[in-house]
Design a protein. Structure first.
Length: 491
């Protein structure tokens, strides 16, 4: 007689299948750049072999003008490249809404689609037609020496903005689709060095999650079909500096951190398939711009969040706070990185803080052996750290000054080395094939040999301002400038 499996057996089977699927997804993700900070969430592309040298006339596979403005990292999966942008329209909320003005970039994309269908640019490097006027680009977006931080408060805008998801063909740079996630007048301004599209999208090869903060979280399939949207309300950021933290996706769970100047801070998890809220945990932190990090230790998943008052970690399944530690500086922006048993968290506005926390502990970690080591000099303000092969790389403030540490001991390999040719840094360093790529705000990129000694391999330059971090996939690297999106390929 046949015996039906028990409920426990079925659950165990389902969990095993889910774990196998998650592992397969993780292995697949290594070949792409699916999220902010790459497939391993530490700035490393383990299977990429990108170019060493390039310029405006060398190794550029294609270059496309991008409508509107944004500083989020390009996300790549397969033959698709996704970016977010905010397009300021030439009308206010009180003005009439003629179809022609509100569909400015839609017409541009439609025109490019007609050109693509007609065979334009089907062979060789592609230079797309001029994008619509980029009225939304911040004035004074680049200042010598990097700057930024305590200055740049702006007034509330009066113009309507379109918050868009753009998808390009990785092979040609041709636009495949674009969707307007929201159209409205933003409720507050932003820092002059960035804009309204600073959060990076995230994908698992099935869905694309586009986050515009106060303009909501929007879920699409890879063909641009909207699956669901979630509105969290309006964030009130410190000094009206704007928003920038990206969502994080693990399995079927997407996590959003919401720190602002109100008493309504929270961290929330949603089901990526439906947008259903799984849990929401209140927080009490000032505005922060750090993207959460999901880590696994002893088969338990947790999400680590950097912020002004405390670093905190939460159980990914329930939202319960697991541990915390004070000591970060104000205006926390860099995202944490982690290896097998340690998470590294840093900040650098009006002070310096770098802590290495041993995973597996609970409660308040301050003053306990769970703090493996700490460092209080030359830490980054905006750029996140790079962790590769047991080595931790840091930018000083937003300057072109670089340091490297032994991640296990905190001992410096080298400190305060100036990178010639760069002028300020907002982008986070990345690594592939034994190299480290450090992108300056002036379009220059230093390529270093990965290792305990500073060894410059090349310095490259583009004719654009560059604040978004580089994405590395296969033999290509993708740079999103203030004006253009570049695909650069190794010969």
């Amino acid at each position: 007689m046949r015996t039906l499996p028990s409920t426990c057996a079925l659950l165990a089977l389902a969990l095993a299948s889910s774990a196998a699927w998650a592992a397969a997804q993780s292995d697949e993700a290594r070949r792409h750049w699916p999220q902010w900070r790459g497939p391993l969430a530490n700035g490393v592309a383990p299977e990429a072999d990108p170019p060493l040298e390039w310029s405006e006339t060398r190794n550029v596979k294609w270059k496309v003008k991008v409508p509107g403005f944004g500083t989020s990292t390009p996300i790549i999966w397969g033959d698709k490249v996704f970016i977010l942008t905010a397009v300021k329209l030439a009308r206010s909320a009180e003005s009439p809404s003629p179809e022609s003005s509100s569909l400015e970039t839609d017409q541009w994309f439609a025109r490019r689609e007609r050109e693509r269908a007609a065979g334009y640019g089907s062979e060789g490097p592609v230079q797309l037609a001029q994008a619509p006027p980029a009225e939304g680009r911040p004035r004074g977006g680049f200042r010598p020496g990097g700057g930024g931080g305590g200055f740049g408060r702006s007034e509330r805008p009066s113009e309507v903005h379109q918050f868009k998801v753009l998808c390009y063909d990785r092979k040609t740079g041709q636009p495949l689709w674009q969707k307007t996630a929201r159209e409205e007048v933003p409720h507050e301004g932003h820092h002059r060095d960035h804009g309204y599209a600073s959060a990076s999208p995230v994908t698992d090869g099935q869905l694309v999650l586009a986050y515009f903060g106060s303009r909501g979280l929007h879920c699409y399939d890879l063909d641009g079909n909207l699956k669901w949207s979630k509105d969290f309300g309006n964030m009130q950021t410190r000094n009206g500096f704007g928003e920038g933290a990206s969502p994080v996706l693990h399995g079927n769970t997407v996590v959003v951190n919401w720190d602002d100047e109100t008493d309504n801070d929270f961290i929330v998890a949603l089901d990526k398939r439906t947008g259903k809220e799984l849990w929401r945990t209140p927080r009490s932190d000032d505005t922060s711009w750090s993207t959460p990090l999901v880590v696994e230790h002893n088969k338990k998943l947790q999400v680590v969040v950097n912020s002004t008052r405390k670093v905190r970690s939460y159980d990914l399944e329930t939202g319960e706070e697991l541990w915390s530690c004070a000591g970060q500086t104000a205006n926390a922006i860099p995202s944490p990185v982690a290896d097998r048993d340690t998470v590294y968290v840093t900040s650098g506005f009006r002070g310096s803080a770098l802590f290495a926390f041993a995973l597996g502990h609970t409660g308040d970690l301050g003053g306990t052996p769970a703090v493996r080591w700490s460092y209080h000099r030359n830490t980054p303000y905006v750029p996140s750290p790079l962790l590769v092969n047991g080595q931790l790389y840091l930018v000083k403030g937003n300057e072109q000054i670089f340091s490297s540490f032994d991640a296990k001991t905190g001992k410096p390999h080298f400190e305060e080395e100036r990178l010639a040719g760069l002028n300020g840094i907002y982008a986070s360093p990345v690594s592939a094939n034994g190299r480290v790529y450090v992108l300056g705000r002036n379009g220059a990129c230093a390529v270093l040999k990965q290792g305990p000694k500073l060894e410059m391999l090349a310095t490259n330059s583009l004719d654009d301002r560059t604040d978004a971090s580089i994405a590395l996939v296969g033999k290509e690297l993708f740079i999103r400038g203030h004006e253009n999106l570049y695909c650069i390929v190794a010969n």
